[in-house]
Ligand binder design. Structure first.
Ligand code: MTE
Ligand code: MO
Length: 500
């Protein structure tokens, strides 16, 4: 069994090395993982995102490696000199991996070379172990010899597999990474800069998230197992479908358009009540209306189906692109070129819509189409076709179970209703009356609002704090608890705490 695992390790290690000249799309492990992500039912994905957050990808990698090791271990026990059942199982696994590689967007026949070479290497090791190293012992001394030889060979092969695999991954990342390009890339000055932040947007005396989220702290959600590495030179944006004429922009072509800057709060539809899949950034980019004008959008097109370089799709209502909310093709976040994991070199940002229908990262393709003809990635998995962000609020202080010292204290949190704006936030302690919270200054209807509530803690005892927001249409956040599927969670956020 251990020999089988060693054969699999060599197989994967060699495949990683051979992947280097072909690039990430030819990486069989990555392709298998991505295929699993795509084939996993939506609710299961949702569960994993919610429970593991950004650790979801590490979890998947560990599971995939464990499954491969298990299959290899079992396969090896069926391999004999005459009956090559183990080898056959390796070949079948190799074929499955080839299919996964070819199922990736943009894959070519050449991309299966690393998988084929790796599979051949694995089979060769399996044969070697069975034919050359394993001899049926005649006596105890020979038994000892055979066992020792097998252990040594297996350990050596495991080490070889791990070393080549690691080398392949490290060198592959180094040669394909656009991190260095991104770090030195220029972000031109916007012609229309974002208005400055009012000094009182951030409430005092309470440790709340910063109104503008640090790029390093910005939440991240995507299906990309390895972050797409797309240089500005390689980047193209093709606009096609229901348009008067097709256009393809290069990155340099974009300079003909007005560069604008806007603060927008992004929110994930998978954000549970009280969750942290929400962040605010200052985005630099080009208005989609400008980019689309040259193509001429047909009057009966009602969906912009955008696709990323790794095949993720998003459907955005055409209405939302031209109703004055300044939907944009963003190239910068917080005054820097987009971080690679947030979509370098270009992504969509459309205020007021959950990320799965508005925020395509590494975007390369715009198809103008109709909701009755096309469906995007998450809609096919059971999420709503349209996803306007719901009015919600969250308590950041106190934390659940926190022990608050008796005396004056300040609670606080955030509230959001992008594209409508937050008018009021109310807080209730236990079953007491709703009290108005102090609101941080409003920046725009496209950003969240921070709130605080001074409170006199007298103890000891346990309490519950509950929050609800009212948006600028006058609608009060609903108390109905619904799940994140299909179009975003609702309900009031409550936090239990104690006074010492
Ligand atoms: N290419 C690509 N873009 C994507 C996604 C993705 O999986 N792939 N996920 C979307 C979702 S669901 C969200 S919530 C936002 C998150 O953007 P962020 O990671 O920059 O915060 O990206 C959107 N854009
Ligand atoms: Mo999302």
């Amino acid at each position: 069994m251990l020999g089988g695992v060693a054969a699999a390790a060599v197989s994967l290690g060699i495949a990683q090395l051979v992947t280097i000249p072909f690039g990430a799309p030819a990486d069989p492990l990555n392709a298998v993982g991505s295929a699993i992500v795509d084939l996993t039912p939506g609710p299961v994905k949702e569960f994993v995102i919610q429970t593991l957050g950004s650790l979801d990808k590490l979890f998947l990698a560990v599971v995939v490696l464990a499954v491969i090791a298990t299959i290899a271990a079992i396969a090896a026990t069926y391999e004999t000199r005459r009956r090559r059942i183990g080898s056959a199982i390796f070949v079948v696994a190799g074929l499955v991996a080839c299919a996964a590689v070819l199922s990736r967007p943009g894959a070519t026949m050449a991309d299966i070379v690393p998988t084929v070479v790796g599979t051949a290497g694995g089979v060769a090791v399996l044969r070697l172990l069975v034919q050359r190293l394993w001899t049926t012992p005649n006596d105890d001394a020979e038994q000892f010899d055979t066992t020792r030889r097998m252990w040594l060979a297996t350990a050596g092969l495991l080490g070889f597999g791990a070393a080549t695999g690691l080398l392949g991954v490290v060198v592959g990342r180094m040669t394909s990474s656009v991190a260095a390009e991104r770090d030195t890339a220029e972000l031109p000055m916007p012609r229309v800069p974002a208005p400055p932040l009012p000094p009182d947007a951030q409430p005092k005396n309470v440790a709340l998230p910063s109104f503008i989220t640090d790029s390093a702290d910005f939440y991240r959600v995507d299906t990309a197992l390895s972050v797409p590495q797309l240089s500005r030179d390689e980047w193209r944006l093709r606009i096609h479908g229901m348009v008067d004429r097709e256009i393809t922009y290069s990155f340099a072509d974009l300079t003909q358009f007005d560069l604008i800057e806007k603060a927008v709060t992004l929110t994930c539809v998978s954000n549970p009540v009280g969750g942290d899949l929400i962040s605010t950034g200052i985005w630099t980019g080009y208005r989609l209306t400008d980019l689309l004008k040259a193509a001429g959008v047909a009057t009966d097109a009602d969906m912009l189906l955008s696709t990323s370089v790794d095949g993720f799709t998003v459907g955005t209502p055409v209405d939302a692109l031209s109703d004055g909310r300044d939907a944009m093709l963003a190239i910068g976040l917080n005054g820097q070129p987009l971080p690679v994991q947030h979509g370098y070199p270009a992504r969509l940002v459309v205020a007021g819509l959950y990320g799965y229908v508005s925020a395509t990262k590494w975007v390369t393709d715009f198809e103008l189409t109709r909701y009755d003809r096309a469906a995007a990635y998450w809609t096919k998995q059971g999420w709503a076709a349209r996803g306007p962000i719901k009015t919600e609020s969250r308590i950041d202080v106190p934390k659940r179970g926190q022990e608050v010292a008796a005396g004056p204290t300040t609670f606080g949190g955030v509230a959001w209703a992008q594209n409508r704006g937050v008018r009021a936030v109310e807080v209730r302690i236990d079953d007491g009356p709703w009290q108005p919270a102090l609101l941080g200054a409003a920046y725009s209807n496209q950003t969240w609002r921070l709130w605080s509530l001074p409170w006199q803690a007298s103890g000891p005892g346990s309490h519950t704090i509950t929050v609800r927001a009212t948006d600028n249409t006058g609608a009060v956040q609903t108390s109905d608890h619904t799940s994140t599927v299909p179009d975003g969670a609702t309900g009031w956020h409550s936090v239990d705490f104690t006074v010492a």
